[in-house]
Design a binder for this molecule. Structure first.
Ligand code: F6P
Length: 372
């Protein structure tokens, strides 16, 4: 690898790297996988702090081997991150009036890039990050993207790093909820993250043996859900586990929004559908029901071995692209192999669970209710 890079690396002297959007297990593993081989071949790596904010406001640090030592297993990001910054529409708050105005600071990003004499920039993030990256490519920056998100909803890659870790946490939660469900003969509802895609709920629901799995892609009928709960009771299974994605909604109904983060490029924060479903089930079946909203626990902690390996492969692949001078692309995983996709094809879309997904078929075959 180092030899393969050395030959082509002569022109690349200094690169930048940033992590943007929500934090996610595996970010540090990518940073490490870029920095270690880069330093080996004499390339300097500048780490920008707090996502695009670091590029706009010139906040960075030179990364050396000590910075990336021991970080493979650490969750979060040593660089910091932000899901509020957007160089093309940056919210600026007037300190006196508190009024927020939006400014295009993309020129400042270009200035920082040029001042630091960067040959390339690696942007690690999800949909919002890659959308901004794609726009910065049009401004002349040499960018390579790396796909991150626990939601697994990024177009162009079979899987994002962080997803497996989130599924592992959510699955453990399903396993643990079984204990109380069985002992108290209760209905236990678990709400998991995922935004507008049901990947986490479907995967954790399947892995944990959830009886009912509700995802945004299949709007649910509460009567079907309650019928399943009652049927289980009739058959002597006096408990039920419901795994619900935060983006799930009833047929003809709306998403439940937890919060509107005004300054964010993606202002809606979902959450709370679990409470609604819990209330509805208790009311319609008379069975005692409890709700757990897993929240950011899914994003925290150490990455799973799968994510450590995937993130490392992505980091290496990103550096290789830089070495080859192939910019304006995002590394991705396709059919088990590293691949690339044009950044312009990634942003502004959501990769939802397709109706012919094998996991959906499998869930139905084993009698899991999907609410439809
Ligand atoms: O995109 C990752 C994610 O964790 C989503 O699953 C969730 O809807 C959102 O971020 C939460 O965002 P925040 O950390 O701003 O509350």
């Amino acid at each position: 690898m180092a030899k393969r890079i050395t030959k082509r690396a002569r022109k690349i002297k200094r690169i930048g790297i940033l992590t943007a959007g929500g934090d996610c297990p595996g970010l540090n593993a990518v940073i490490r996988a870029v920095v270690k081989p880069a330093l080996e071949v004499g390339i300097e790596v500048i780490g920008f702090k707090d996502g695009y904010s670091g590029l706009m406001y010139n906040k960075w640090k030179r990364l050396d081997s000590h910075d990336v030592s021991g970080i493979l297993v650490e969750g979060g990001t040593i660089l910091g991150t932000s899901n509020k910054d957007n160089p093309f529409r940056q919210p600026i708050r007037d300190p006196k009036t508190g009024e927020v105005k939006y400014k295009d600071l993309s020129g400042d990003v270009v200035k920082t890039y040029k001042r630091l004499k960067l040959d390339a920039l690696i942007c690690i993030g999800g949909d919002g990050t890659q959308t901004v990256a794609s726009k910065l490519v049009k401004k002349g920056l040499n960018i390579v993207g790396v796909p991150k998100t626990i939601d697994n909803d990024l177009v162009g890659t079979d899987v994002t790093f962080g997803f497996d870790s989130a599924v592992s946490v959510a699955t453990e939660a399903v396993d643990r909820l079984h204990t109380t469900a069985q002992s108290h003969h209760r209905v236990m509802v678990l709400e998991v993250m995922g935004r507008y895609a049901g990947w986490i709920a479907l995967s954790a629901g399947l892995a944990g043996g959830g009886d009912i799995i509700l995802i945004p892609e299949i709007p649910y009928d509460i009567n079907v859900v309650c019928a399943k709960v009652k049927e289980r009771n009739r058959k002597g299974k006096r408990f039920s586990i419901v795994v619900v994605a935060e983006g799930a909604k009833p047929k003809g109904g709306d998403l439940v929004v937890r919060e509107v983060v005004k300054d964010s490029p993606d202002p809606l924060r979902l959450g709370g559908i679990g409470n609604k479903i819990g209330r509805d089930i208790e009311e319609k079946t008379g069975l005692e029901t409890r709700v757990t909203i897993l929240g950011h626990i899914q994003r925290g902690g150490t990455p799973t071995p799968f994510d450590r390996i995937l993130a490392t492969r992505f980091g290496i692949a990103a550096l290789e692209l830089v070495m080859k001078g192939q910019f304006g692309k995002m590394v991705c995983l396709r059919s088990g192999h590293m691949n690339t996709i044009e950044l312009s094809k990634v942003g502004g879309k959501v990769r939802t669970v397709p109706s012919d997904c094998e996991m959906i078929t499998a869930a139905r075959m084993i009698g899991t209710c999907l609410g439809d």
